[in-house]
Design a protein. Structure first.
Length: 577
């Protein structure tokens, strides 16, 4: 449903004109300012005489972006466009979603983070640095942020699979929020990327004279916790109902922060919960194709960190819902981390890994290659998995022999190398298809082109949390949910599986194409909103009213007519240097 909100129909009253209007990305229309607007706002002469429609502007930028040689160049070009004219930026992105997503988001955003200081041009979002911790409330208080409803925050310690990028990690909240608008339809004036700069342990960044973050070893422990607490308290004070998404925190922090704050505000961790929902949703879709029910699944998770244990927890929950006892369901999981299979009593097991540690007796009679740790190879040979998920950021860890062993034991092996960016994927889909003689059902975290094999084109679905968080955000905000619950992610997973093209055709893709992420977001949002209501986390609403509630929350990149606000002032054009 497309609703033209009164926001879109009514003229917008504008306070400033001249250069100030052209340099405000939320208001700038560039060459699309009409003659009347140019006259009213003192724009004649500041712009060449040509006037264009939004569609023509999109076409012009599209030609320019396509002319560039690399996606890194395109990333910077599009960042500049976002800082120049957000309406045009989103009109371009939404009309060419599958082409633009790999540029503004994964995988190119990873390089953007690594080179953040090299190409620094213009600030977007808020940088909260530990040395200025006493200024947080003052920084947040600016009237520019009065309308903020959604914040994505990172401290840059685990940027995709690229490790600690210090302040470069700001690229991640910026990219995620671009998808909140492009896919979820949230108004960009209500979104805010935030970076918590607590230093970095990336020596290359510390040694780099161009590095623009706080040049200090990463602060940890009580000082870190107090800093995060100052941020959260200031944010609660400023925007009591804000949605806060934690993104790309390292393993030690991600779950701890989520548990600390999940009952205090509207918040979730995307790497733990969003990833779990997209992986579980994809698995549900894959089960249609493989015909293997939950009770017959044997699952190997490689990388028992935030994403791995988040995924395991949600799939376990679904297995129990499908009728397995909790103990039975647990036995289906084999979680492998850097020290091999997680087994009970293993030294160094983290709290969130404990539930997925196998009892020693369950693996006592396994045939193993060596006496040391129980390797991934031992696990695959003995556990005979039907599904193997990679969230380890270890490229090549799903090697030929391993995959061939897995494929020898099951008809349709499901293999998901979900680590990002492309360079960190556990395997290349082309290899997986070849090593399994085309039998594999595979999907990846980063985008890959389809693989041709045996006269058939294998579409490689992008099992990325981008299928979940824009809709989750839209859903909770549209109905005013007070908390984000695990049940919402379970509902999101089911909603994703319900729109899987593979439900109708086993040769079709598991997930709808990325071009349709706006529709996906609506489906996820509806499921999340209903779940919020069913769990008593928002006020009641009728199902029939939901499409309108969601549509009202959706902003579209169109230009509104501008008129002068009473008190309009023309900012002086001459800087008094
Ligand atoms: N597709 C998606 O939507 C999605 C979502 C979240 C995370 N990810 C990707 O998953 C990866 C991990 O993210 P995370 O948040 O879980 O990070 P994390 O650091 O919490 O977990 C990674 C885990 O891998 C383990 N590991 C390292 N080397 C290993 C090895 N040789 N064998 C087995 N395990 C090993 C680490 O010890 C750690 O426990 C990243 O590359 C990230 O980009 C993808
Ligand atoms: O950012 C992504 O592409 C997905 C995920 O959040 C990740 O950390 O890899
Ligand atoms: Mg992430």
């Amino acid at each position: 449903m497309t609703v033209q909100s009164s926001d879109e129909i009514d003229p917008l009253e504008i306070e400033v004109g001249g250069r100030a209007l052209l340099t405000e990305p939320l208001l700038n229309k560039g060459l699309a300012f009409t003659v009347e607007e140019r006259s009213a706002f003192g724009l004649h002469g500041l712009l060449p005489p040509h006037i264009e429609t939004l569609e023509e502007q999109v076409e012009r930028r599209l030609i320019a972006v396509r002319r560039l040689r690399t996606n890194a160049e395109r990333y910077h070009f599009l960042s500049d466009l976002q800082d120049e004219n957000e309406t045009l930026f989103y009109a371009l992105i939404t009309s060419h979603l599958s082409e633009m997503l790999p540029i503004i988001y994964t995988p190119t955003v990873g390089q953007g983070c690594q080179e953040f200081s090299d190409y620094w041009r213009y600030p977007r979002g808020l940088f909260l640095s530990l040395p200025y911790k006493d200024r947080i409330a003052e920084i947040l208080s600016h009237p520019r942020y009065d309308r903020v409803e959604t914040i994505v925050v990172s401290d840059g310690e685990r940027v995709l699979g690229l490790g600690d990028q210090g302040v470069g990690g700001m690229g991640i909240p910026v990219g995620k929020l671009a998808l909140y608008t492009a896919c979820g339809g949230l108004n960009p004036a209500t979104t805010l990327p935030v970076f918590l700069d607590v230093g970095t342990d990336n020596q290359a960044r510390l040694d780099d004279p161009l590095y623009i973050g706080w040049r200090h070893a990463r602060v940890r422990g009580p000082e870190y916790d107090a800093f995060v607490e100052s941020f959260v308290s200031a944010l609660e004070e400023r925007w009591p109902n804000v949605l806060l998404q934690w993104e790309d925190f390292a393993r030690g922090q991600a779950g701890t922060l989520l548990n600390r704050y999940r009952d205090r505000l509207l918040t979730f961790n995307d790497d733990i919960q969003g990833t779990a929902a997209v992986a579980a949703g994809t698995l549900l879709a894959a089960m249609h194709v493989s015909g293997v029910a939950f009770k017959d699944q044997r699952i190997v998770i490689v990388g028992a960190g935030s994403a791995g244990c988040g995924i395991a927890k949600l799939i376990l929950h679904q297995m129990v819902e499908s009728g397995l006892s909790e103990a039975e369901a647990r036995r289906r999981f084999h979680a492998v981390d850097i020290d091999g299979l997680l087994v009970e009593g293993m030294p160094g097991l983290l709290d969130f890994q404990q539930p997925f540690a196998q009892p020693r007796e369950a693996v006592a009679d396994w045939k193993r290659k060596g006496a040391g740790k129980i390797t991934l190879e031992d696990v695959v040979a003995n556990a005979k998995p039907t599904l193997m998920i990679g969230v380890s950021a270890q490229p090549g860890i799903f090697h030929e022999e391993l995959v061939r062993t897995m494929a020898a034991n099951v008809d349709r092996p499901v293999i998901m190398p979900l680590s990002n960016p492309t360079s960190r994927a556990e395997a290349m889909p082309k290899d997986l298809v070849e090593w399994t003689d085309g039998r594999v059902i595979t999907c990846t975290g980063s985008p890959f082109t389809p693989v041709e094999y045996g006269g058939r084109l294998h579409v490689i679905d992008q099992t990325n949390n981008a299928y979940i968080f824009p809709g989750l955000g839209l859903g909770v905000l549209a109905v005013g949910a007070r908390r984000v619950s695990d049940g919402m992610f379970a509902a999101a997973a089911r909603a994703l599986a319900a729109i899987s093209p593979a439900r109708k055709d086993p040769h079709a893709s598991l997930l709808p194409p990325t071009d349709s992420l706006r529709d996906v977001a609506i489906a996820i949002a509806a499921a999340v909103a209903k779940r919020a209501r069913d769990e008593g986390l928002c006020d009641a609403f009728e199902d029939d009213d939901l499409p309108l509630l969601l549509a009202k929350k959706q902003w579209r990149p169109v230009y509104r007519l501008y008129v002068k606000k009473p008190g309009y002032r023309r900012i002086p054009q001459r800087p008094d240097l």
